[in-house]
Design a protein around this ligand. Structure first.
Ligand code: ATP
Ligand code: MG
Length: 460
């Protein structure tokens, strides 16, 4: 505890260069003002007119400097929430412990927060901060941020970047460097370890050796972080557009053990890593195309190989097909919950996606219609594509279901009728191996008979 406190003060002492922050002009930081949200500029203007300091801060400044499109724009100011709110027509104060203001412009929300001080002493036994809600100076606000590249302030009126910790140089050199003493700061908030890996992958950067050094040793501390925060940061990591790189780094640094330990086992299975890679490269492609990502689909894909393995084992023990899949799915979900808790609604969706996989190959006319009514039908068909790409199921079968999912009602009826009549793609839906084996040579008509030997529809 004493060691922690001394470390804390030493890090505070060295947190800010005594010469004060660097003020970088346009030619040094290179931000094109036209790419900055006009609403964020407006918030800064209004606050300035009232005599306050206000800057765009954090991820937006970082991303603009390296030429990425920011996800959102945050503003930091020395005005308090009660001073900020009345200045805007649509603004609301949010947060209980630390209040900040959401200034609303149509679809865009500019999160506007008052400069905050670094956490004062109160921590748990591992050094994790329990309270972090005091207003502070501009300099203090910079010191409490995680990495130098995230502590940059852009003044859109002067087109100047204020840099207390040589963040612009680190950004240009693609270095993720902790502000202050890395170990203390990881202990204060262990999700910073996940954030370091995320920015490394997202920016194609490296983690500064002193920042990286304690990560392996401290990895298990993420287990003490409240579940919802940990889930959010893990999800951000897997949806940053470089998911496979992030996952490899997670494994290398020992963080998967405390987050998704089943992944380590999946990577050891034959073809396990390949399946995860296919799933994550699709996720990355969607992220880069600006499409939304469903957390349940992502986790369903990450854990599928283990579900499948347990399913196969149970089938070999003569457990009925659907029952075996239900048991396999439940055991994987239960085991995952020991570490990173996935919210119940996502769990339910994952289960639905998995259980539907047993039905595609054995569908009957009636079950096809019922399957289409399930809320996760589309996601389950997408999942089937993954499995086809991994050569786990027939790609013609997967395509048939994809076409069905993409079609309007009329075409759907036709397709299902065609399937009854035994057309090529459809034949695969109905025809099980057993059935084909029974077919007599030359008896083409048996293809035209709808399959009646699909598995009982227990999951409906
Ligand atoms: P993204 O592009 O994912 O939004 P970001 O850097 O903006 O990345 P946010 O979670 O939106 O990340 O946080 C905004 C800013 O708040 C960060 O840039 C950083 O300055 C600060 N911050 C966020 N999380 C932490 C943390 N755990 N510890 C210290 N500072 C943090
Ligand atoms: Mg952000």
């Amino acid at each position: 505890m004493l060691k922690q406190t001394i470390k804390h003060f030493v890090s505070r002492l060295f947190a800010t260069p005594p010469s004060g922050p660097a003020r970088l002009s346009r030619d040094k930081h290179g931000i094109d003002r036209r790419l900055v949200s006009r609403h964020a500029i407006k918030v800064c203007e209004v606050l300035n007119q009232q005599g306050f300091d206000a800057y765009i801060v954090g991820g937006a400044v970082r991303d603009l400097i390296v030429g990425l499109q920011p996800k959102d724009f945050d503003v930091a100011t020395n005005a308090t929430p009660n001073q900020i709110r009345p200045l805007f027509r649509r603004a609301r104060i949010i947060g209980k412990r630390f209040q900040l203001v959401h200034v609303v412009f149509g679809q865009e929300i500019i999160e506007t927060s008052t400069f905050r001080a670094p956490a004062s002493g109160e921590t748990d036994q591992h050094g994790r901060i329990l309270r972090d809600n005091e207003f502070g100076s501009h300099e203090e606000d910079a010191a409490r941020r995680d990495f130098t590249i995230n502590a940059l302030y852009y003044d859109p009126l002067k087109e100047e970047v204020i840099d207390f910790h040589q963040g612009v140089a680190d950004l240009k050199n693609r270095v993720v460097r902790m502000i202050g003493d890395p170990e203390t700061r990881f202990r204060e908030d262990p999700v910073r370890m996940l954030r370091a890996l995320r920015f490394q992958a997202k920016l194609g950067a490296r983690i500064d050796p002193a920042t990286e050094a304690p990560i392996m040793r401290l990895a298990s501390l993420v287990e003490h972080v409240p579940a919802s925060r940990l889930f959010d940061e893990t999800l951000k990591l897997l949806t940053c557009g470089h998911a496979m790189d992030c996952l490899r780094e997670l494994r290398r640094s020992g963080l998967t053990k405390s987050l998704i330990p089943l992944i380590d086992r999946i990577f050891e299975e034959e073809g396990g890593e390949a399946f995860v890679e296919i799933a994550l490269s699709r996720t990355d492609a969607r992220v880069r195309a600006g499409k939304p990502i469903s957390p349940s689909f992502l986790f369903a894909a990450l854990l599928w190989r283990l579900v499948q393995k347990r399913w196969t084992t149970l089938l070999a023990q003569d457990v009925q097909r659907n029952e075996a899949l239900i048991r396999a799915a439940d055991s994987v979900i239960d085991e995952q919950m020991d570490k990173l808790a996935i919210q119940r609604r996502h769990q339910a969706d994952m289960r639905e996606i998995w259980l539907m996989q047993a039905r595609f190959e054995r569908a009957t006319v009636r079950s096809i219609w019922r399957m289409m009514e399930q809320p996760r039908f589309r996601a389950s068909v997408d999942f089937l594509q993954l499995r086809a790409e991994a050569r786990e199921v027939d790609s013609v079968l997967a395509q048939w279901w994809m076409d069905l999912a993409d079609s309007g009602d009329e075409r759907r009826s036709q397709m299902i009728d065609t399937w009854q009549a035994g057309h090529a793609g459809a034949r695969r839906v109905g025809a099980t191996r057993k059935r084909r084996r029974r077919r007599k040579p030359g008896d083409a008509s048996s293809d035209a008979t709808p399959s009646r030997d699909g598995a009982p529809d227990q999951t409906a």
